[in-house]
Design a protein around this ligand. Structure first.
Ligand SMILES: Nc1ncnc2c1ncn2[C@@H]1O[C@H](COP(=O)(O)OP(=O)(O)OP(=O)(O)O)[C@@H](O)[C@H]1O
Ligand SMILES: [Mg+2]
Length: 311
């Protein structure tokens, strides 16, 4: 008995094809969902960061100013104290209280206090300046800066950033430029330079002994350019890829990284209506690829960031 199964086979093929299409679709849906979750998370972090930064700004301001005043008051008090000391020692060397004053000064380690008080105030001001910088970075991550929007040459921006970093880079890595031909891009170039700076510093820090950083560029599609910064450093483990853009995510030791670099980068690129993708292979290296529109609308305030692609 012979049965023609070609019809059944065709059905089966159709079903198999429909199944694989539906699998691909559900995978894309899952990716889109993850992307959305990531962008919602970053937008929420952005709002929180802006709020915290705003609240911190005021106390930092008055502590900074008070420290300045405290320095002036202290100098005045020391001057008065010294004047009394000179007066008593010169004019009343036999005064019975002089010995008592000397003892108190010794007990309180007056000479040390006198010498230490100004460096102490200076250190406090420096520490506060660092806090200020962190707060400023947090604000930049979450808020649009409207300054200096104009057409600019991104290669010039890269070159000047490389000049600033020359000392940090020269002992560790060679920098190879493979610039394509790209038009000027309307942007806030000082912010874009910050992006280059953070990506280049990260690339250099990822290289343990010696390595190479390759900077390339080109046209993505009409109206868009891409810039890529690639290193052959240690790479990023897959479980970190989704977290690197979060403020304060760092794998570096205390004092080396605050974990704000990439969150700043992300905020700036979002405001330029661009995107940043990262691909990394642990042990081999990392590539950050930025795509920017050539003529984006000027950034409105409080733009919600959207998620980067990681692979
Ligand atoms: N090119 C890279 N290669 C390997 N890891 C990287 C690279 N760029 C970023 N990372 C990882 O992403 C983390 C976050 O980077 P980010 O620039 O935000 O912070 P940071 O460099 O740790 O500190 P900061 O930039 O504030 O000094 C880093 O700690 C590092 O683990
Ligand atoms: Mg960094």
């Amino acid at each position: 008995m012979l049965t023609d199964i070609s019809e059944r086979k065709r059905h089966e093929d159709q079903i198999t094809q429909a199944l694989s299409e539906s699998r691909a679709l559900s995978k894309r849906l899952e990716e889109a969902h993850n992307q959305l979750l990531q962008s919602e998370k970053l937008a929420a972090i952005g709002q929180l960061a802006a709020g915290v930064a705003h609240e911190l700004n005021n106390p930092i301001g008055f502590v900074h100013s008070n420290l300045g005043t405290l320095g002036e008051y202290t100098a005045a008090l020391i001057e008065i104290c010294d004047a009394y000391t000179t007066l008593i020692e010169d004019q009343h060397p036999d005064c019975p209280q002089l010995e008592q004053i000397r003892r108190i000064k010794e007990l309180q380690d007056y000479n040390f206090l006198r010498a230490d008080i100004f460096p102490l105030l200076e250190e406090s001001r420096e520490g506060l300046n660092r806090v200020r910088k962190i707060v400023q970075d947090l604000r930049d991550f979450s808020r649009a800066g409207k300054h200096d929007w104009d057409f600019a040459d991104l290669h010039k921006g890269l070159d000047s950033t490389l000049n600033i970093l020359a000392n940090e880079l020269k002992y560790k890595c060679t920098v190879r430029k493979a610039y394509g031909s790209i038009p000027e891009v309307r942007c806030a170039i000082s912010q874009i330079n910050q992006v280059f700076m953070n990506l280049l510093i990260n690339a250099a820090q990822a290289i343990e002994t010696t390595g190479e950083i390759v900077i390339s560029s080109g046209i993505e599609e009409p109206g868009q350019v891409w810039i890529s910064i690639r290193d052959n450093g240690q790479g990023i483990p897959p479980e970190h890829l989704n977290r690197i853009f979060e403020p304060f995510f760092t794998t570096k030791p205390v004092g080396v990284g605050t974990g704000l670099g990439l969150s700043l980068v992300f905020g700036i690129i979002s405001r330029h209506k661009g995107r940043i993708d990262v691909s990394s292979t642990p042990g081999q290296g990392t590539e950050f690829r930025i795509v920017l529109p050539i003529d984006p609308p000027e950034a409105p305030a409080n733009d919600a960031p959207h998620a980067p692609e990681a692979s």
